[in-house]
Each structure stands twice: as C-alpha cells, then as structure tokens.
Design a binder for this molecule. Structure first.
Ligand code: TRP
Length: 331
C-alpha cells in the first residue's frame, strides 16, 4: 500500500508562479510514489473571503489551473473540501480534543491579535471564530484521510504540527485511531521573489499569474524591479530579482552563461527580462488554451471534482466510523 500524501489549496486568488514553484510542482512530483489527495480548501477561504462571486470564481480557477498544468484526476484524488460533509462532523470531534491554548498560540491568530493591539484595538477585534479554529479544520482535512505526509510551504508547518498534536491527543484518549502526519516542507518557497523583490504573494500584489495572457505576462515581467546598473556594468545575479526567477525555468547551460554575463557586464536588464518572458511563455503558454477551455465549462469541472469527492469519501468514511466508535457516539 502506498503512503498517503495530502494537501489543500486555499482559493483566495489566482495562482501564480510562486505557487507553482513552491507548492504545485513539488506536489506533482509526489504523484508517482504516493497515493495523493489534493483538494480546493473552499471553507478555509471563507474565514477571510465573504464575496460569493469571488469565492466561487477562485474555486474554479484553482481547479482549472491544476488540471491545465497536467494534474490527472485518474491518478490524483482531486476534490473540493466542501463536498465532504464528514469533514465538519470530524472538525467538531477534533475541537473537543484540542487544547484552546494550542490555538491561542497559532501564528495566524497571534498575528491578528498583535495587529489589533498595536492599532490600539481590543485583542480580538474583527477576528472571527473561523479564523481561530482554522487549524482544527485543517487538522480534520489531514486526519480524515489518514495522511502520512503533507507537502506545504514553511508558513503552514505549524498547522501540520497542530494536526499532529491533535491526533496524538485523540489517540492517547481513545486508542490508536488516527495516523500521525508529518509536514513535507518545501524550503525553496521562501526564495521566489515577486516583481517588487519581496516574497511573491497575492497579499503584496506582486505576483506573476501562471496563466496570464502573453501581453500581461510581458508587462508583469518588464515591471520586475532591478537596480539602476547599466548594460555594461557587472552585476550580481544572486541579487537580481529577474535572475532569481529565471534560474528556476532556464536550462543549466543557459543559467551558467547568463550568470557569466551578469558578472562580466554587457547584459542589459531588458534583455534578461525578455529571456524570462519567453521562458515563461514557453513553459505555460501552451496550456493557456486548456486552462481557458476548462474555466469556460464549469459543469465539466464540477463533474471532475464530484468524481474526486466520491473517492475521497470512501477513504474518509471508515476513518470517521472508527473515531465515532472510539468516542462512544455510534450505536
Ligand atoms: N491552510 C493551507 C494554506 O493556506 C491550505 C490547506 C487547507 C491545507 N487544508 C489543508 C494544506 C490541509 C495542507 C493540508 O495554504
């Protein structure tokens, strides 16, 4: 039996190349060796996103993006979180085994409290209980399918550790009913710069979307911030935001020769930007049509996600049944 790998993507924005390199590509690389479950975490998005059209649109956008990038729903159990009602029953059960103090210490909640306090507000001002309980819903996602490993970025490590702590609490009280998950961290996710040089993130509005059309892709790449060195000046490639994206897409030979050109001088930023544009356009452009076709056919996307949900439920049901019996709920 293959080990189970599971991960969720929160549909709160259009997926960008930082997501691609940091999360999507590494997750795709695991499909061969593991039984993978990947899902769209729409109820996690609800903690921050309250506009119905936007939420709905992003769910399909994430699904279409992953499928266009080559996710094969015949091999990956690919589904929508909200199609698995067992998750919410399980979340309640897990809540009853979760120390409240564990959630007080969760980074996202603590950051929201700190922001309130430094703005002179009450500590819990505008913080909904969904945000507070976010890690428990995520623990339910992970534990309901018996996931062994959870590929996530560094920012989600604590959440996986919380899931593990909750599983251990259940097991120590009810016998070994849950699998203890381990995070699989992609260190590289930290280093992908956005067009302004900060980490690429939708929160900073500095992203390059995976399936931007050629014209907007070109525009975004040309906007990448560089210093004011002139073409002839020698430059440090490792400090260049363009190079630091380029190096993830170019061939080894191209990287080596471009690195040399940086160091000796004679390479204009406009030139390397044009290179990067062409590389990205080559890498993703061929699948842009597939993405757009998928996005235009929501019924087809629903069908694919429904089939994934059917498979996910067959894994979830026995686990939940086991837990219900272990806590004394089922007759
Ligand atoms: N919280 C994750 C994020 O924001 C998304 C997510 C939800 C997830 N449930 C999960 C990731 C379960 C891994 C496993 O990126």
């Amino acid at each position: 039996m293959k080990q189970i790998v599971l991960s969720g993507i929160k549909p709160t924005g259009t997926l960008h190349i930082g997501n691609y390199l940091g999360m999507i590509k590494p997750a795709f690389d695991l499909i061969e060796k593991f039984q993978t479950l990947y899902f769209v975490a729409d109820y996690h998005a609800l903690t921050t996103l309250k506009e119905k059209e936007t939420l709905n649109q992003y769910v399909y956008d994430v699904a279409a993006t992953l499928l266009a990038l080559g996710l094969d729903p015949g091999r990956v159990i690919f589904f929508r979180q909200s199609d698995i009602p067992q998750i919410y029953e399980f979340t309640w059960i897990l809540n009853c085994f979760t120390a409240k103090g564990l959630l007080n210490r969760a980074h996202a909640y603590k950051a929201a409290v700190d922001a309130n306090l430094s703005a002179g507000k009450q500590s819990d001002a505008d913080i909904n209980a969904g945000l507070f309980n976010y890690p428990v819903l995520m623990a339910a996602d992970i534990l309901l399918y018996g996931a062994h490993r959870v590929p996530v970025g560094q920012d989600q490590r604590q959440h996986v550790e919380i899931a593990r702590d909750i599983a251990a609490a259940v097991n120590s009280s009810c016998g070994k009913v849950l699998t203890l998950p381990e995070p699989l961290i992609q260190e590289m996710v930290m280093t992908i710069p956005g067009i302004d040089g900060r980490k690429m993130s939708k929160n900073y509005h500095n992203t390059i979307p995976i399936f931007a059309d050629a014209k907007s892709l070109h525009k975004q790449v040309m906007r990448i911030v560089t210093d004011s060195k002139r073409p002839d000046d020698p430059k440090n490639p490792d400090e260049c935001n363009v190079f630091n994206i380029y190096k993830y897409f170019a061939s080894e030979d191209a990287i080596a020769s471009r690195r040399k050109a940086y160091l000796t001088g004679g390479l204009a930023y406009s030139e390397i930007k044009q290179d990067l544009f062409e590389l990205l356009n080559e890498h993703f452009g061929g699948r842009r049509d597939i993405y757009e076709q998928l996005l235009a056919d929501k019924n087809q996307l629903d069908r694919i996600l429904d089939q994934g949900a059917d498979k996910a439920r067959t894994i979830a049901e026995p686990v939940l049944g086991r837990v219900r019996r272990a806590i004394g709920i089922s007759r």
